[in-house]
Unconditional design. Structure first.
Length: 130
């Protein structure tokens, strides 16, 4: 009788431990899933910031451009002039606006940024982040 009681107690303890272990695994899995969902949502909503934000310098000249979090920019393109405007992301291309009109684009080529300005005087240069 004593052996049978001990055997039942041992089976009961093992079952309880298995339930606790499964519960822990489920909790950890649920936590990991929630973390993935939050990070994915944050990535697509832009809450991690946009990689264009910061100051960039031309690889060919002294031209610089600074993109701000509030979607404004200020640029010094040397002889072409100094500009302040806004930017917006459209897929992989960033549109640059000056006085309400689109006047150029910026697009990543690896880690560098290629900026093209059209119009009477055109501008096409590669920039590196400072």
């Amino acid at each position: 009788m004593i052996d049978l009681s001990f055997e039942l107690f041992q089976k009961s303890t093992n079952t309880r431990d298995t339930i606790i272990n499964k519960s822990t695994v489920i909790k950890k899995g649920a936590l990991a899933l929630i973390l993935v969902i939050v990070l994915t949502a944050c990535l697509f909503s832009g809450c991690l910031g946009d990689k264009i934000v910061g100051t960039w310098k031309s690889t060919d000249s002294n031209a610089t451009i600074t993109f701000n979090k509030d979607k404004t920019f200020s640029a010094n393109f040397g002889l072409i002039g100094t500009y302040q405007g806004t930017w917006e992301k459209d897929g992989k291309v960033y549109s640059l606006f000056y006085n309400g009109s689109k006047f150029g684009t910026a697009e990543f080529t690896g880690k560098n940024l290629n900026i093209r300005i059209g119009g009477v005087i055109s501008f096409n240069q590669e920039f590196v982040k400072q």
